[in-house]
Design a protein around this ligand. Structure first.
Ligand code: CAO
Length: 474
């Protein structure tokens, strides 16, 4: 028997709503309590559950359209149980017309989905819209920590188990929580990331789901996928073995963490990379003199750059910052913890030189040696990879003329260093051989404008060419 399922009273005083998401299609089987659509009003975002079970004949609403209470959402061929096509008369109209919150006992959930309650989303929906990052209180540090602490796979696995209920549990959950408690911006984020919000466990009051919950779920689900548990066809990749021999390798925990964190950074930060070059001929002479006094400690260009970067960050505070979009703030850090990109056999690790502003070049050089050795021996402690405010990434020992480093979210800038080489430079009417060091600066364009990026990098170049001039002229 065909039955019309209509939009019930969503909440008091609300007669119409916008369809944010249609979760079903004609031909689907649906069970009583399963969500059909998500509607958004100026007060709330609510998943509307089906009031009976059956097979969907027709869906009458579209995403983006506005529907009124009583409008038909879908036409259903009723069945007695869970979408199976058994013919049996079902629910009464009375039941159908019960308000969503009553039917699903979601008074509390309804309350926590109200837009003006921001305890979990950290700001208004407008503010949160389009924001995937800049959560300085650790909410979004998960991705960052995953990058920095590459050996946290065990922890991830644990979290995965917690977040990923069994299929049976999931089914039950979906039925029980037809009204998922989440702000519209969180639902939007879930849709953008391809996450089924009903699978996400909310960490807020009464199970309210925050953006961080969605991102965490996504990152865990991503890791799970990389475990190779899903068949290759699910990856969306073609079957490469059609064209030749292949082999597959399991991702190491470091590789997974790198994949997650660089993916997050790349998708969340609008990057710009500024290039410049410094004439380091005189600095190289000075470095050799310093080396004579340094004993066993190797004074490298990386150590000098880390020190100069701190001076630049002190003069350009927005480069030592994080963006907190939900709260519409830039967080300026008055500490200078310089991350150092270290190439190891297992992959990139980024230990952090804490309080680099309080250390001499000799101290920094010694710490670089210690940290990079530890990184290569897999002996870094998690705390030695946390808290960075800016990163120096020197690929010059390997080669290359320039590269575009990726900012380490939630930081806003990173300095790339390429290989110094002898170049002819036109000085006072003649070409002279000079040591030229190519530098690149990637930055978050939401926080830093192009002119500021160019000035920051030029300041670093000036400081390398003539440290005293840069100090006095600042
Ligand atoms: N130009 C020319 N030569 C350079 C150079 C540069 N920019 N940087 C280093 N070198 C030289 C050094 O002087 C040294 O030469 P000698 O052996 O003759 O003294 C040699 O290259 C090796 O240097 P190093 O690696 O021992 O020391 P470092 O302090 O310069 O670098 C570290 C330390 C940890 C940064 C580096 O070993 C490393 O791992 N780099 C890779 C970083 C990376 O992978 N970045 C990509 C991350 S993605 O953003």
């Amino acid at each position: 028997m065909a039955k019309e399922i209509k939009l019930p009273q969503i909440s008091e005083g609300v007669d119409s709503a916008e369809v944010a998401e249609v979760m079903v299609a004609a031909g689907d089987s649906i069970s009583e309590g399963d969500s059909m659509i998500t509607v958004e009003t100026d007060k709330a975002s609510v998943e509307v559950p089906c009031t009976t079970s059956g097979k969907i004949k027709e869906v009458k609403v579209k995403e983006g359209s506005t529907i009124n209470v009583g409008d038909v959402i879908l036409i259903l061929e009723e069945s007695a149980s869970g979408g199976e096509d058994t013919e049996e008369d079902a629910t009464s109209d009375e039941k159908e017309q019960q308000p969503v919150e009553e039917e699903n006992d979601t008074d509390d959930k309804e309350k926590v989905t109200e837009k003006d309650e921001k305890e979990n989303s950290g700001g208004s929906d407008e503010q949160a819209e389009g924001n995937d990052e800049g959560e300085p209180d650790g909410k979004d540090e998960a991705g960052d920590e995953e990058r920095e602490v590459a050996d946290t796979d065990g922890g991830n696995q644990e979290a995965m188990e917690e977040k990923e209920p069994s299929a049976d549990e999931n089914q039950g959950d979906e039925k029980e929580s037809a009204a998922v408690a989440a702000a519209p911006s969180v639902r939007r984020l879930a849709r953008e990331l391809g996450v089924d919000i009903r699978s996400v466990k909310g960490s807020g009051a009464q199970g309210r789901i925050s953006e961080a919950d969605v991102k965490s779920y996504k990152s865990i689900a991503g890791n799970e996928a990389s475990e190779g548990e899903k068949p290759a066809a699910d990856s969306g990749l073609p079957d490469f073995s059609k064209w030749g021999n292949i082999e597959t390798q399991k991702l190491s925990s470091i590789r997974k963490a790198i994949a997650t964190s660089t993916g997050n950074s790349w998708s969340q930060i609008p990057h710009v990379t500024q290039f410049d070059q410094a004439d380091v001929t005189d600095l190289e002479t000075y470095r050799k003199k310093m080396q004579e006094k340094a004993g066993d400690v190797k004074i490298t260009v990386t150590a000098i750059l880390a020190k100069i970067a701190v001076s630049a960050l002190q003069r350009f505070p927005t480069f030592n910052a994080s963006l907190d979009l939900p709260n519409q703030e830039i967080i300026l850090k008055h500490y200078y913890h310089i991350g150092l990109a270290v190439d190891t056999e297992k992959g990139l690790l980024v230990p952090v030189i804490k309080d680099a502003d309080k250390k001499s070049i000799y101290d920094i050089a010694a710490e670089i040696t210690e940290l990079s050795e530890k990184a290569r021996d897999q002996k870094l402690m998690p705390e030695e990879m946390q808290g960075g405010t800016f990163v120096v990434s020197n690929l010059g020992g390997i080669g290359g003329t320039n590269f575009t480093p990726i900012v380490y979210h939630p930081q806003v800038a990173i300095l790339g260093v390429s290989r110094a080489s002898t170049q002819p430079v036109y000085i006072d009417g003649t070409f002279q051989p000079r040591q030229i060091l190519p530098l690149s600066l990637s930055y978050d364009h939401r926080v830093i404008d192009g002119a500021a990026g160019a000035k920051f990098l030029r300041w670093i170049c000036d400081a390398m060419e003539d440290p005293l001039k840069a100090m006095l002229g600042s």
